[in-house]
Design a protein around this ligand. Structure first.
Ligand SMILES: Nc1ncnc2c1ncn2[C@@H]1O[C@H](COP(=O)(O)OS(=O)(=O)O)[C@@H](OP(=O)(O)O)[C@H]1O
Length: 251
């Protein structure tokens, strides 16, 4: 079994939809939220939700909130210590603005990004705000490493998933021990959408981009605000590069 455990707004839907093109992957379409919100329902409930697999096929789901859920690593380890874990990460500043854009689309009249990101005007960064807190990747990863060795993780660059989907999918398929079936032949860049899309979607066989909620326009955030947040995240990003042995190029 393999789980896409995060991060929210990292590109988790794109990754799951791309993986579903692979004949040896069977994935749940919706987010089950078992290891965070629905754990009380029990493992039998969870197993019942998951698609049936044949020998040699991999069962998958994605729930981005697992990455920031304190109990998730212990619970997943309890289910199976062999679980492979995929985390799609993206520049935490862009991720925070994307998260804010999503909340804004559901809550018109929300205070500005700047008002939520800093306490007392342009005071200290408000790490209690979830849009900020989720981006502290090194801290969340620390919690996971108490249960799983680093070799169980694959960190996917959310940026490269957009600029080079086939390249990133190559790494993902290798990590999962799958043949490289999903390749550059499956993607085209849709200029209207501004993102890579599928030449032939599962089922219809027709070209398909992700929906409107993926690739939303972001509200304009003043450059000074972006710079301050970028500086705030820098030490956490560097720690995360050290922990993963990968430089994501956000700094
Ligand atoms: N191919 C393709 N098409 C559309 N969107 C793409 C794609 N690849 C990555 N992305 C980026 O995915 C971002 C949404 O991330 P998630 O799917 O993880 O969001 S969620 O947490 O499930 O809500 C979404 O964030 P926003 O651009 O801020 O909307 C996209 O930038």
């Amino acid at each position: 079994m393999a789980l896409i455990v995060g991060v929210k707004k990292g590109g988790t839907r794109a990754l799951l939809e791309f993986l579903r093109l692979h004949p040896d992957v069977r994935a749940l379409g919706s987010e089950p939220h078992f290891f965070d919100r629905c754990y009380d329902r029990g493992l039998a409930w969870y197993r019942g939700l998951m698609p049936r697999t044949l020998d040699g096929q991999i069962t998958m789901e994605k729930t981005p909130s697992y990455f920031v859920t304190q109990e998730a690593p212990r619970r997943i380890h309890g289910m199976s210590p062999d679980t492979k874990l995929i985390v799609v990460v993206r520049n935490p500043v862009t991720r925070a603005i994307s998260d804010y854009a999503q909340t804004l689309s559901k809550t018109p009249g929300l205070p500005s990004f700047r008002a939520l990101a800093f306490r007392h005007g342009l005071g200290p960064v408000d790490t209690a705000w979830s849009a900020v807190r989720i981006g502290l990747y090194a801290q969340h990863l620390d919690n996971w490493l108490r249960y799983f060795p680093l070799s169980h993780f694959l960190f996917v660059s959310g940026e490269r998933l957009v600029s080079d989907p086939a390249g990133e999918m190559g790494r993902v398929q290798d990590f999962l021990g799958l043949k490289r079936v999903v390749t550059d032949k499956h993607f085209y860049f849709n200029a209207t959408k501004g993102f890579p899309c599928l030449k032939k979607a599962q089922g219809s066989g027709r070209p398909r981009c992700l929906g409107k909620s993926k690739g939303r326009p972001h509200p304009r955030v003043p450059e000074a605000v972006v710079q301050r947040l970028q500086a705030f995240y820098r030490p956490f990003n560097l720690k995360f590069y050290q922990m993963t042995g990968q430089d994501f190029g956000w700094d």
